[in-house]
Design a binder for this molecule. Structure first.
Ligand code: UT7
Length: 332
């Protein structure tokens, strides 16, 4: 019997309507379009304006898009994973609410948090459940309402992040397609450089923590940039070497959209041509857990069955990694 692999068989996505442009940001903080574009590659991002809607709203929309496109019956889904750094609430898990809302009544569900690597780690988790033969349909959603944790008076962070969601379905494959290999890493040294200090068990929220803006994201951008460039390139190079992939064998680089300069550095180390590097950072900014599935959604029309995709991410924690996946279908 051939070895069971776990393949992505469907993709869905959702971004909110409101567009926050660089021009609009110029009216909010001391910044300008030229600085943002040249330093990050970002032109605009989407923001979920409704105060009564959380990350689950984005996740549900992305999941519903996937279900509709693929004709999947939600009752057949075994498991729903929501990768997110911005759950609806600290307790209970956002994934449970999402699963019930989309009609995945036979599934169990939970959240997975590893900052910007949440979705990449989630791919590993989802694939492992499928490869083991324990579950047949695992829905993995990457969703973040980053605008809920951003200080829109802090130009160091507010220009970077946006809201969005993407979803993929993992199913068993007997042709050897799907997830082939992974290199996943983490290092707690990173916690100091990219964090929300208050609101957790270490520093529960108080009037003082709110006044000190400790419930917002703080980032030492320069330090994170340095670690991101070397680590994302290291793991991507390693996964190519380990699987005997030449640069010409790689059809697409699917990299976390945090900064175009980080993506370019990774592609350069891999020797992968610019035409194979998927980029949509200009439209959405950094949507944290949603960047990778949003790329799959936007560029799905280019993928052919058997294509070699190399995924890469780097995020808070620090957390980072690379996954080698063979695409399993031609777009209908
Ligand atoms: O997704 C999770 C992982 N996160 C990342 O991978 C993000 C990694 N970091 C970055 O992408 C970059 O560090 C940033 C985009 C956040 C910042 O770019 P940078 O080239 O590292 O800029 P910088 O922080 O070193 O700042 C350079 C200058 C400073 O001015 P001085 O000190 O040289 O006079 C800043 O005050 O640019 C200034 N600056 C800005 N100017 C206009 C910082 N933010 C802005 C801004 N607009 N928004």
């Amino acid at each position: 019997m051939s070895k069971l692999t776990a393949a992505i068989t469907a993709v869905g996505a959702y971004v909110p309507e409101f567009v926050l442009t660089n021009k609009l940001l110029e009216t909010m903080v001391d910044t300008n379009d030229e600085w943002i574009t040249s330093r990050t590659g970002i032109k605009e991002r989407r923001i979920l304006k409704d105060n009564d809607k959380g990350t689950s709203f984005l996740a549900i929309k992305a999941a519903e898009d996937l279900l509709k496109k693929s004709g999947t019956n939600p009752e057949d889904i075994d498991m729903v994973l929501v990768a997110t750094a911005t759950p609806d609430m600290p307790v209970a898990a956002t994934a449970v609410y999402v699963a019930s809302h989309i009609g995945a009544v036979n599934a169990f569900a939970y959240d997975l948090q590893a900052a910007c690597s949440s979705f990449l780690y989630g791919m590993s988790t989802a694939a492992a459940y499928v490869q083991s033969g324990r579950y047949k349909k695992v829905l993995l959603i990457g969703a973040d309402k980053m605008s809920s944790i951003i200080d829109y008076t802090d130009r160091a962070t507010c220009i970077i992040f946006g809201d969005g969601a993407g979803a993929v379905l993992f199913e068993p494959n007997e042709e050897g397609l799907g997830l082939q290999d992974e290199v996943l890493r983490s290092d707690g040294i990173g916690r100091e450089f990219l964090k929300i200090e208050a609101g957790g068990s270490l520093l529960p929220p108080t009037h003082e923590t709110v006044a000190a803006k400790q419930h917002f994201v703080h980032q030492d951008g320069k330090t994170v940039f340095k670690y991101a460039v070397s680590n994302m390139a290291d793991v991507s190079e390693k996964i190519m070497q380990r699987n005997n992939l030449q640069h010409s064998d790689v059809n697409f680089l699917v990299a976390h959209q945090a900064n175009k300069r980080i993506i370019d550095a990774t592609a350069s180390r891999m020797g992968v041509d610019e035409s194979k590097v998927l980029i949509n950072i200009e439209k959405y900014g950094n949507t944290t857990s949603a960047t990778l599935p949003l790329l799959l959604h936007d560029f799905e029309h280019l993928f052919k069955k058997g294509d070699n995709l190399v995924f890469a991410s780097f995020g808070g924690g620090f957390t980072w990694g690379s996954i080698y996946l063979k695409w399993a279908y031609d777009t209908k």
